[in-house]
Design a protein around this ligand. Structure first.
Ligand code: CA
Length: 236
């Protein structure tokens, strides 16, 4: 079945170019030209992926992303006007999965779209396969923390934590490399992969979110330790 993409962009020529190129790749497209319509369409069209411009009338892209993230996990690629670090960091903070700076080549955008959809598809397939086979043979336990890989579920003291996909991946990576010193670039490469062009700040932001969820006192972490000048070490 064709995957659905919601294109949110108020510059009509760009919106049309994006739609045209995506349709040519076989995707089913719906469009929106302002933030409010974007949210309505996200709920009615239920896209597999959203391409979201930051500068939009009525409600900007950050606000749209923040609002959608309260209810849906649909992957979001943000379009930023310039390669501004602030835009990138804010974009990731409000829950975008990737971003691309204008001007960009259609080819690059298509590659990002494909990569992100493939990642989500693989994750869903793995989840389905595993949950139909065995629901509990794939858990990693570390103290009061448990990752159930079959269900993609993390719990702390039996309470389920709702981790966004990247935080889940990051925690899993830490758990599989317990007590190793992991540099930021090593983490970026293994958790975000080659298709992501973020910087080490991305890792720090995600580590601080994880700490909020799994540390008793996030300001004095005992699980994810900062190793000065090197990176991070997961203690368990
Ligand atoms: Ca715009």
């Amino acid at each position: 079945m064709a995957e659905k993409i919601l294109v949110v962009e108020d510059e009509i020529p760009l919106q049309e170019t994006l739609s045209y190129n995506l349709e040519k790749q076989g995707y089913v497209i719906e469009t929106a030209s302002d933030g409010k319509t974007a949210i309505d369409k996200a709920y009615s069209f239920l896209p597999d992926l959203i391409i979201l411009d930051v500068m939009l009338p009525v409600m900007d892209g950050f606000e749209v992303c923040r609002t959608l993230r309260q209810e849906m996990n649909t992957p979001i690629i943000m379009l930023t006007a310039r390669s501004d670090e602030i835009d990138r960091v804010v974009g990731l903070e409000v829950g975008a999965d990737d971003y691309i700076s204008k001007p960009f080549s259609m080819r690059e955008l298509m590659a990002r779209v494909k990569a992100l959809l493939r990642r989500v598809r693989l994750m869903t397939e793995t989840m389905n396969q595993k949950s139909s086979k065995d629901k509990c043979d794939n858990a990693i336990i570390s103290g009061n923390l448990k990752i159930d890989q079959s269900r993609h579920e993390v719990s702390l003291d039996e309470l389920i934590l709702n981790l966004p996909p990247k935080e889940y991946d990051l925690l899993l990576y830490f758990l599989n490399h317990k007590r190793h010193i992991l540099s930021r670039s090593q983490i970026l490469e293994n958790v975000w992969g080659w298709e992501f062009s973020g910087d080490s700040r991305t890792v720090d932001v995600h580590v601080s979110w994880l700490r909020e969820k799994i540390e008793k006192d996030p300001d004095n972490p005992l699980r994810i330790i900062t190793v000065r000048g090197s990176g991070y070490r997961f203690e368990g």
